[in-house]
Design a protein around this ligand. Structure first.
Ligand SMILES: Cc1cc2nc3c(=O)[nH]c(=O)nc-3n(C[C@H](O)[C@H](O)[C@H](O)COP(=O)(O)O)c2cc1C
Length: 415
C-alpha cells in the first residue's frame, strides 16, 4: 500500500445522508494510506451511522457537540479544524452545503468549517431532485467560488431507489481527490484531474459462454479489480466506459457501464466505445465458447453418456485492441492471470498480444486472488518488471491509475 497520506491529518465530517455508510469505508481507505483521521458527526449523520462505528474505525474519539465542555477544554472546535491538513465533508448533505454557503455556524460541523483555514473537500450526496434544485446548484457554485474543492456527485442508482445524479463518489475517488489536494492542487474548482480529456475503456469481471438457455461456462472472476481500476481512472478525471461481465460489484460513479455476458459481446462493446486513449483489459475473458449453443435446454437421453461440448476459440480482446491498424488506444494494458512462472508467461504474453503493459498476478490455488480483496502484482513494460508488494485491489487500482496518468504527462504533457 502506498503511504501517500503519511503524517497527514484529515478531519472527516459525516453529515446526514444515506451515503454515510460509505464514509465508514472511506475512514479505512484514508488510514490505509497513512492518514490520521478524526471525525465530526452531525446530528443528521448520527441517524445513519453510529458514533461507535466511526470511533472504532478511526481509532479516535468522535466529535459531535459544539457545546461539549469536555471537548472544548481538551480539543476545542478551533483546534479541531486547525490541526487538520484537510477537511473532508462526505457525505455533504444539501442541508450542510446550504449552511456552508451561507456561512452559518450553528452546530459543530458548520462551526468547524467556518473556523478553518485549511482546504475543504466536499462530496455531495442526495436525491436527484434535491441535487437539481436551483438552491443546491447555487450553494454548490458558491462553495466552489469560495475556493472549496468538490468531488462528485456521480450518476447511477441512488439509495433512495431512484436513478440519476446525486450519488456520492466512491471512497476511492474521494481518496484520490484528497491525495491531489494534499499534493498541492490549486483550490476553487472541482478537483484537478490529470486524466481530464482522456477516454478510457476498462473491461472487468468474467464472461459467460452459453451452453444452452440455462447453462454456461464461466470463471471465478469477481470484477473487483477491474471495477476498482475504472473508479480510480474516473477519479483522476478520465472519461471511462466500463465493459463488465456478470458481477455483484457496485457501479462506480462517473463511469459509463456497459453490461455484457459473452466474450463476443465484450469485444463488440469495447469496439463501440472507441476511440479511446487508454484500454485496460482486466476482465477474465473465457478463452473458449461452446460451438453451437443449444436452442433448448439439453436433456439427459437415458444412455448414461454425457453430451460432448465442442469448444471454439473466442475473439482475443486484448490482442484485437493492441493490434488495431488505425485508432489504437495509445496505451493498452492487459492483465495476465497465471498459476506458474508468472513473470515469464506474462512477458511473453505482452509480446505476443502487442500490448504496452501487462499487470501479472498469481491466481494459483491458495492465493485467494480470484474473488479476494488483495492482489500481488508485477507491472511488466517493454523496459522493466516492477514487483509491487501485496496490497488491496483498490490500492493496485489507484497505483496503476497514477502510473497511467504519469505516462500521459511524461509523453504528452499535462492537459
Ligand atoms: C431516510 C433519510 C435519508 C436522507 N438522505 C439524505 C441524503 O442522501 N442527502 C441529503 O442531503 N439529505 C438527506 N436527508 C435529509 C437530511 O438528513 C436532513 O436534511 C438533515 O437535517 C441533514 O442534517 P445535517 O446536514 O446537519 O447532517 C435524508 C433524510 C432521511 C430521513
Amino acid at each position: 500500500m502506498n503511504q501517500t497520506l503519511t503524517g497527514k491529518n484529515i478531519l472527516l465530517i459525516i453529515s446526514g445522508g444515506i451515503a454515510a455508510y460509505k464514509s465508514l469505508d472511506l475512514i479505512r481507505r484514508l488510514k490505509e494510506r497513512g492518514a490520521g483521521v478524526r471525525c465530526v458527526l452531525t446530528g443528521g449523520g448520527a441517524q445513519f451511522v453510529t458514533p461507535l462505528s466511526v470511533a472504532a474505525l478511526s481509532e479516535e474519539a468522535v466529535f459531535q457537540d459544539l457545546f461539549s465542555l469536555k471537548d472544548e477544554s481538551e480539543m476545542g472546535h478551533i483546534r479541531l479544524s486547525r490541526e487538520a491538513d484537510l477537511l473532508v465533508v462526505a457525505p455533504a448533505s444539501a442541508d450542510l452545503m446550504a449552511k456552508m454557503a451561507a456561512g452559518l455556524a450553528n452546530d459543530l460541523a458548520s462551526t468547524v468549517l467556518l473556523a478553518t483555514d485549511k482546504p475543504v473537500l466536499f462530496a455531495p450526496a442526495m436525491n436527484t431532485v434535491m441535487w437539481d434544485h436551483p438552491a443546491t446548484k447555487r450553494n454548490y457554485r458558491i462553495l466552489l467560488d469560495d475556493g472549496l474543492h468538490a468531488v462528485g456527485p456521480g450518476q447511477g442508482d441512488l439509495a433512495c431507489g431512484e436513478v440519476g445524479a446525486g450519488r456520492m463518489s466512491e471512497p476511492l475517488e474521494i481518496v484520490a481527490a484528497a491525495e491531489n489536494i494534499i499534493a498541492g492542487q490549486p483550490t476553487g474548482q472541482p478537483v484537478a484531474a490529470p486524466l481530464k480529456g482522456r477516454r478510457a475503456i476498462v473491461t472487468s469481471g468474467p464472461t459467460y459462454e452459453a451452453i444452452d438457455p440455462v447453462r454456461y461456462l464461466a470463471n471465478r472472476s469477481s470484477g473487483k479489480q477491474g471495477h476498482a481500476i475504472a473508479a480510480a481512472l474516473a477519479g483522476l478525471g478520465a472519461e471511462v466506459v466500463l465493459v463488465a461481465g456478470p458481477n455483484n460489484q457496485p457501479d462506480p460513479s462517473r463511469v459509463t457501464i456497459r453490461n455484457i455476458e459473452s466474450a463476443a459481446q465484450m469485444l463488440a462493446a469495447c469496439e463501440a466505445a472507441l476511440p479511446a486513449d487508454i484500454a485496460v483489459c482486466a476482465a477474465a475473458v473465457a478463452d473458449w465458447r461452446v460451438a453451437g449453443e443449444a436452442e433448448q435446454k439439453m436433456k439427459k437421453d437415458g444412455s448414461g453418456r454425457p453430451p460432448a461440448l465442442n469448444l471454439v476459440e473466442n475473439p482475443d480482446i486484448l490482442a484485437t485492441l493492441s493490434q488495431m491498424n488505425g485508432g489504437r488506444p495509445s496505451l493498452v494494458v492487459g492483465f495476465a492471470a497465471e498459476t506458474e512462472k508468472v513473470v515469464d508467461h506474462a512477458q511473453s504474453k505482452r509480446t505476443r498480444k502487442g500490448c504496452d503493459w501487462i499487470v501479472a498476478n498469481d491466481v494459483g490455488t491458495g492465493t485467494r486472488v480470484m474473488g479476494g480483496d488483495e492482489n500481488t502484482v508485477h507491472l511488466i513494460t517493454a523496459a522493466d518488471v516492477e514487483n509491487w508488494p501485496k496490497m488491496p485491489k483498490d490500492a493496485v487500482a489507484t497505483t496503476l491509475a497514477k502510473r497511467i496518468a504519469d505516462h500521459f504527462i511524461n509523453h504528452f504533457g499535462s492537459e
